[in-house]
Design a protein around this ligand. Structure first.
Ligand code: SF4
Ligand code: SF4
Ligand code: FES
Length: 455
């Protein structure tokens, strides 16, 4: 047994009193979960503590809370691990608060209906059949189902929503969980409305271009859904495949960043607005929309200048990097743009494979193709264990049996693995838009029916 201090945020909106923190001493083995500690407090010390839970096995998604400031599942967090990142230096105090970005109902229970489920409903979370419906079943290529299974692993816990920085600023943002759900259907070849779904999310000022790539949702997600990656994939399909030129300037803005890095090696701030709105023409500098945006941004620009965050000379004339470095950057572009097809790369896998295949150990395990419009290459689709976000590339992820370590293999959305082109062994950690570690239950099933709320 070990002693821990559980510091709980208490709040009952109906009481009219302000929130406060209360500490409880608990005695439990270090490998027991934070949820067990909360339930012990509830059973033995204060029955009024509000917590929602059901399965206690990281399956139902009901016990989302913030532990030491980060969202996660209380039943999936060991006491010793939580204490190590605790708020006090004593190594035994664990801070538990309700999730963010959602109103608190009581103590650790938040109102998922008010935010999370509304956003899920916003993205039409069901399949719209292509017509005519086949007499028997649809036959879906294996790769396509592998591609969407990562998003199907979502257990709707709301941890990503809780920690989304964009939602803090714009509560109307569709958010990470709903965007991942949108990819679930955009990536499904049986769905009849891929274009309409993407157009809707691209044109919405609170849609896919509202994400700021902060990575918080990837960090928070207990199921490796990597919502930010799904948002990027939605953007790529919207922009590159459907050429949706959205009114939010999102796609053009992204293309401008890509173009500026190719031209300068780093961002050239003064060129951002003209190129975003007017393209590469010199007259773009006088594009009315760019002027308007500049005017709107003046307060932020002035603040940045006053605080020394921006160097006016560099902002106006651009960064200069050594020519050899710029050439190296441009060589990457040439290589990527020279590819006949787009590869969906999951760049969040790092490290080396533990593979005992002869001769495999010394080579980095870096590529597992996944997702997207699909790669060519040898072998079958990504390994079902591929792509759990950060961490080691799984054994054989996305590789053809017997292929050299790091060889790209097809995965994801592409219908047909072409015969292997002369693809040199890749060195980028890729792929895994493939797979979750453990598929959860039907993500379309709201958990509310089976969960218990005790307050
Ligand atoms: S990456 Fe985007 S969706 Fe994810 S938490 Fe950050 S802003 Fe939100
Ligand atoms: S994407 Fe991950 S964090 Fe977000 S609701 Fe689904 S399982 Fe939870
Ligand atoms: S109780 Fe934690 S996920 Fe079900």
């Amino acid at each position: 047994m070990a002693e821990y201090t559980l510091k709980l945020r208490r709040y009952d909106p109906q009481s009219g009193e302000a929130p406060y923190y209360e500490e409880f001493q608990i005695d439990l083995e270090p490998h027991r979960s934070v949820l067990e500690a909360i339930l012990q407090v509830k059973a033995e010390q204060d029955g009024s503590v509000g917590i929602r839970c059901s399965c206690r096995a990281a399956i139902c998604g009901s016990c989302g809370v913030r532990i030491n400031g980060k969202a996660g599942l209380a039943c999936h967090t060991h006491l010793d691990a939580a204490a190590k990142t605790g708020v006090n230096a004593d190594g035994k105090t664990i801070l538990v608060e309700p999730m963010g970005n959602m109103p608190v109902i009581k103590d650790l229970i938040v109102d998922m209906d008010a935010v999370h489920w509304k956003k899920i409903q916003r993205v039409t979370p069901w399949l719209i059949n292509k017509q005519p419906v086949p007499e028997r079943e649809y036959i879906v290529p294996h790769e396509n189902m592998v591609d969407v299974t990562q998003t199907m692993a979502c257990i709707q816990c709301g941890a990503c929503v809780s920690d989304c920085l964009s939602m803090e600023v714009d509560p109307l943002f569709v958010g990470p969980a709903a965007s991942a759900k949108a990819y679930r259907f955009v990536g499904d070849p049986r769905d009849a409305e891929q274009f309409e779904r993407l157009k809707d999310l691209a044109e919405d000022p609170h849609g896919i271009y509202d994400c700021t790539h902060c990575f918080n949702c990837i960090e928070a997600c207990p199921k490796g859904v990597a919502p930010m990656n799904q948002i990027m994939r939605l953007r790529r399909i919207a922009g590159s495949d459907h050429h949706i030129n959205d009114r939010n300037n999102g796609d053009r803005h992204e293309r401008t960043i890509v173009g500026l890095i190719r031209d300068y090696g780093l961002l050239h701030e003064a060129e951002m607005l003209p190129r975003s709105y007017g393209g590469y023409s010199w007259f773009a500098k006088f594009h009315p929309a760019a002027g308007q945006e500049l005017l709107d941004s003046l307060p932020s620009i002035t603040k940045a200048l006053l605080r020394g965050k921006v160097n006016p000379k560099i902002a106006m004339f651009g960064h200069r990097i050594p020519k050899s470095d710029l050439k190296a950057v441009q060589a990457i572009y040439e290589k990527v743009e020279g590819k006949p097809r787009r590869y969906e790369l999951n760049l969040y896998i790092s490290g080396y494979e533990d593979d005992d295949a002869p001769g495999a150990a010394e080579e980095p395990a870096t590529v597992a193709a996944g997702g997207g419009r699909m790669p060519a290459g040898p072998g079958p689709g990504p390994h079902p264990a591929a792509g759990r976000g950060r961490g080691r590339a799984p054994r054989g992820a996305g590789e053809a049996p017997g292929a050299p370590r790091g060889t790209l293999s097809p995965g994801g959305r592409g219908p047909t693995p072409a015969p292997a082109p002369a693809e040199e062994p890749a060195t980028v950690a890729a792929g895994g838009d493939g797979m979750p570690s453990a598929p959860g239950p039907d993500p379309n099933r709201p958990t509310a029916a089976s969960e218990s709320e005790s307050a």
